[in-house]
Design a protein around this ligand. Sequence first.
Ligand code: NAD
Length: 445
Amino acid sequence: MRGMTTRRHFLAASAGAGLAPLLGQGQTRSANDQIQIAIIGAGGQGSDDVRSSVAGGSKLVAASDIYQGRLTRMQEVYGKDLFVTRDYREVLARPGVDAVIIATPDHWHQKIAVDAMNAGKDVYLEKPMVQRIDDGRLVVDAQQRTGRILQVGSQRVSSIVYKKAQELMQAGAIGKLNMVEAWWDRNSAIGAWQYSIPPDATPENIDWDRFLGRAPKVPFEPVRLFRWRNYRDYGTGVAGDLFVHLFSGMHFVTGAVGPTRVYAAGGLRFWKDGRDVPDVLLGLYDYPETAKHPAFNLALRVNFVDGGSENSGFRFIGSEGILTIDRGVTIAKTPREAEPGYTVDTFPKAIQEEFLKKYYEQYPRRNPTADAIRPQAEDRYLPPQGYSDHRDHHRNFLAAVRSRQQVIEDSIFGFRAAGPALLSNVSYFEQRICTWDPVTMTQKF
Ligand SMILES: NC(=O)c1ccc[n+]([C@@H]2O[C@H](COP(=O)([O-])OP(=O)(O)OC[C@H]3O[C@@H](n4cnc5c(N)ncnc54)[C@H](O)[C@@H]3O)[C@@H](O)[C@H]2O)c1
């Protein structure tokens, strides 16, 4: 079949090709051909990613992690024959690996993603796509130069719930958009990133230098690895962890590419466990008018000290209604009153009478009837029980690996979500407003 490459041909063609890209753009592979994946960073999310990918039809053939316990666990789950290594470069050198999932802490994303694409691997790269703004271009350029498939791991963009919201917005369901609010509040130790530290976290079981990578050299201290989100050296704070999901979802629904102005405020209010990032963060963003949407404002919030329970959602606010996303999508509309009403009580009596005479000439008195009751419309759309956008996101990636067609969340989309999330940290820590060019994806100041 023209343009199709079976796995055997694919591997034969690659023999002797070193680390050159194995399957370029425009080439496709058989639909029956099982894609062989490897995981780099086999922690919480990496394990979930592998589960969703395998459920979507791939086969796990290798795993890399710098903590031995996670490699042992991968072999417990996927079999003793699974190739495991502490050095991710050994995974990239294996010709049988078609694609890698990168689910390391954020400070490794750019380096491993670029190395993987240079080694001819397709990449599923967890969010935030990069830890620093300067990293973004390097990933985008590597994707374009190598022609590899790269999917960023903010799974909302593959969700049928967000697709429904996108369709409703495009159909004008809420009139003219003027504001979006989105939030992610939590009220638990695990929600605030206090993950368990295993009792075998020793220098023998952990390749400490390889965890640190480009981060400053510090003595062995397991909490910095197992709760890496708490430290700016390895993570990206609540903005990179959670705002980025909200940016991805919102950009997908509205077609927006990003804000031009970014302001964030917040503080460390409760989880004073040595972390150097805030546990409450608010962000405000200006989105200028584009061909896809009118000018609007975005307000984001993460609060890890919410006295209630964890909840997260969106409100898209328009001139004719509000679209809410929680587990599903709701459109609520309250039509405006047919007449403007009046506030004349404080005017002199004669002036009141003059005003009301004219008012009722324009808006004649009517006895309310049942027909005059304005409908308060509310439409709700719910996904089927057990629906997983994560699985759909991996399926989208695997389909692109086969067909060499575009993924739903490429490096440009990923950087346009990560950029303003990372600038929220710059704004918070430097106590200033930041500006961003969302088209060229560059920080202005
Ligand atoms: N898409 C989502 O909904 C979602 C959810 C959670 C986490 N994430 C993202 O996934 C990534 C991982 O988060 P997590 O919660 O799984 O963290 P985690 O700490 O549970 O897992 C990270 C793993 O990477 C390993 N690691 C560290 N440096 C490494 C290196 N140089 N080479 C190989 N392995 C290395 C660690 O030992 C650890 O096992 C983060 O970027 C995070 O933002 C995404």
